[in-house]
Structures are given as C-alpha cells and as structure tokens.
Ligand binder design. Structure first.
Ligand SMILES: [Mg+2]
Length: 429
C-alpha cells in the first residue's frame, strides 16, 4: 500500500448558499439552501473535494463516516459503502422508509446514506486523481466524449424572496412570455439548445401554454415539462396529447410507478423520471412495467460516480435511456456530473443543471458553458480548486443561521408569502 494515499484527515463544512425564489409544486426555494462540502486530505498532502446535500439528516450521517475514514486508502471507494453501513447505522439494505414524499422520490435510510457516501467517493476520486496526475474521468475508465451537453432549466419564479435574501436581475417569470424571456437569456448567456420547464406550479393549461410558447420561440428544439408528479393519470394523458408533437419527454407527470406505467401504456410520449426510479429496488418493477423510458440519474443519491455508471449499464440492458437530474448544487458537483457523464455511452439527452441559478460558489473559477456544453477537463482530479475564503464566508452564514434555513423546506418558504400554504396532496390536478 502506498501510504501517501491513506486518508489523514477529513473536513466537513456545512454552508448556506443563496438560491433564487424558484417555484415548484411543493412551494418555493428558500433564500438560502444548505450544502455540505467534504474535503479528504491524504498523508501525501493532497486534498480532494466532494459536495452533497447539507440538511441535518445528512450531516448526522457524514460526521461518523468522516471520523472513521483516517487510515482508509482513497483508492478503496468500494469500501466506503460497507464502512458507512457500519458506522452510520442501519441494516445493509436500509430501505426502511424515512419519508415517502419530496421532489426526489422516496426517502429511505439507505438512500440518505448513499447521498452522503457520494460526496466522500467524489472527494476520494478527486484526491486520487490529483495524486496520480489523472482526471477523474480516467479513473472511471476514460471519457467517451470531450464535452457534456446541459439543458436550460426554466422556472416559474418571483422577482425576489418575500422575506429577504440576495437579489438578482432576472425578474419574475409567471406566464408564457416570462418563461420565453428567461429561456432567451439563458440561451444568450450559456448557449443552451434544449429546455426544461419546472411545472406543477400552475394548472396544466397554463403550463401547456408556456411550453407552446417555447415551441414557437425555439422551433424544433427539445422541450420537457416536469410537474414533479403533480398530475393524475388522466391529466398526464391530456397534457401528453396536447404537447406530444413538441415534447422530447414528459418528466414525472404523475406520482409512483403504478400511475407512471398507466400513463406510459396510453401515450407515445416518452416518460422520464427522477422520482419513481431513484434506488435499486425500484428498478425491476418500473422497467418490467415499462413505466419510464429515461432515468434521470443523480450521482448524489445513487451513491457516487461508479454507482452512476452501474445504473447506466442496467438502463442499457433494458433499453432505457439515461440522463441526469439536478438539484441546487455548486461547481464541485457540476464537475463530478460532467466527469461521469463523459464516461457514459449513449447519453442522448442534455443533462439538467441548476448551475446558472447559483450565483455563489466555492470554487475559484466558475464553470463556463459554451454552446450549452461543458468541456470535460483533463487536468488531475475533478479540475476544480476550492476557494477557501468563499467557503469560510458561506460557512459563517450557516453558523449564523438560527436553524430555520439549515433544513431545505420549500413549503415553509412558501408560507412566508402565503401563511395558509400546505404541501399539496398529489395528484394536485
Ligand atoms: Mg424531475
């Protein structure tokens, strides 16, 4: 064993990053959202970085794992899973329910643990890559493309948060004209060639009108609509019927594999998901019933970059496409997404990213899209450098918070504007 590759120290830094007032079916993004930055330092003096969700439940799992890691080699990323099971508690499968709701599908103990392990896996791969002088994609077997395409992620949004927060110059987007204007600006600034509208905010007719307006403004471009499972089967079918000629796919029109399978059986519009297939146990039923044609992977909750490649192989075996889901994230995770996406064959859809909405970051040089694509870096590791001053500032914000923003809660954020708001039951329409 090369002792220089043994982990000497692990640093966990919870932060709060600014987030615009983006609307979804559960509410609105908070003015600040928690993320966790993981640093793994080797005995050889190399530091690798990773990033994941930063809510308390993730921190509670990350701390014992961080404490157990010194002495563990950064090469042994497969060993992280067993180690996490031992030190974080829970049975090996750990699929007991924690919470069955949310925008990212089921919330099981095992999935939470994988979300934490993913940040450590990415940090280990970054450290290993830096130590041996290889990019992370090379550690995953090598890139099969030199650039990864991302899509413009459109949101209904307010001009500003009701209760403070950072201001931006995007203004409100609450109707088709606002969504088209937002799309035009994202194209002008980043060159995106495809569009996804986060739906489930207004009634389906209003969202159909917005997608129609996009189709008129950007003829022939791939369009997607994602109401996060807010519709019934019948509503999903009605939307599919009315937008079938312009949609690349419909994303989680309805909740759960049963309803998704019913919709899929009755429309030719492809269905994609980041809600009904988010863990291994959900794959068999959903694929056997042909409920989805595209799985939107997320290396955070699938357990890292190697696990994302395993998911890609399972999808290939069943003729199911793979693309990438995105939650609010920073440049470390975007680098990780880009490295793994670069290694996956047959990536036919532009990946999602919230990145253009994140004005703050913890890396020294922000990623720059060219023609909607990110070049796959060949520099060692992830190819990003931690900005320690920014990290300290954002950590200070987390320390100063009274606890209300340390847990992401879109419904609570909505209640600041509408005190009577409760998370809508599904199907909402
Ligand atoms: Mg989605």
């Amino acid at each position: 064993m090369n002792t220089a590759l043994l982990i000497d120290d692990v640093r966990l830094t919870p932060i709060l990053i600014s987030d615009p007032p983006l609307l979804n079916t559960q509410g609105v993004h908070q003015p600040y959202t928690p993320r966790l930055i993981v640093e793994v330092v080797t005995r050889g003096g190399v530091t690798g970085v990773g990033e994941t969700y930063g809510d308390g439940v993730y921190l509670d799992l990350a701390r014992p794992l961080a404490e157990a890691l010194p002495g563990h080699p950064v090469t042994d990323v497969n060993g992280l899973f067993g180690l996490a099971e031992r030190v974080c508690g829970g049975s090996p499968g750990a699929e007991e329910g924690v919470d069955a709701s949310g925008l990212r599908g089921v919330r099981t103990a095992g999935k939470l643990r994988l979300s934490v392990v993913s940040a450590f896996e990415v940090a280990c791969l970054d450290a290993l890559g830096k130590a041996v002088g290889l990019p992370v994609h090379a550690l995953l077997g090598g890139k099969v493309r030199d650039a990864v395409e991302y899509g413009a992620y459109l949101f209904y949004r307010w001009a500003e948060h009701p209760g403070g927060g950072e201001k931006d110059d995007w203004g409100a987007a609450l109707d088709p004209a606002g969504i088209v204007a937002q799309a035009r600006r994202l194209v002008a600034e980043h060159g995106f060639g495809s569009f996804k509208l986060k739906g489930g905010v207004f009634g389906p007719d209003r969202e159909i009108a917005a997608v129609r307006a996009l189709a008129e403004a950007f003829p022939g471009r791939p369009l997607r609509l994602d109401p996060n499972g807010a519709w019934s089967v019948e509503t999903s079918l009605r939307v599919a019927e009315r937008l079938g000629d312009v949609l690349e796919y419909l994303e989680d029109p309805t909740s759960g594999t049963d309803r998704m399978a019913e919709v899929a059986a009755r429309t030719g519009v492809p269905l994609a998901t980041n809600m009904c297939v988010t863990t291994l146990p959900e794959i068999a039923g959903a694929f056997a019933r042909r409920a989805v044609r595209i799985v939107l992977s997320d290396h955070h909750y699938w357990g890292g970059l190697h696990r994302t490649r395993e998911l890609a192989a399972v999808c290939r075996a069943f003729g199911v496409g793979l693309s990438m889901h995105s939650n609010t994230h920073l440049g470390i995770s975007l680098a990780a997404m880009t490295h793994v996406a670069a290694t996956v064959p047959g990536l036919e859809h532009a990946c999602d990213t919230h990145y253009p909405w994140q004005a703050e970051d913890v890396i020294t040089a922000r990623h720059v899209f060219a023609g909607g694509r990110l070049a796959v870096p060949d520099t060692p590791g992830l190819g990003v450098e931690l900005d320690r001053e920014r990290l300290a500032t954002l950590h200070r914000r987390w320390l100063d918070d009274d606890g209300t923003l340390r847990e992401r809660d879109d419904a609570a954020a909505m209640r600041r504007a509408d005190p009577a708001w409760v998370t809508p039951a599904v199907p909402r329409w």
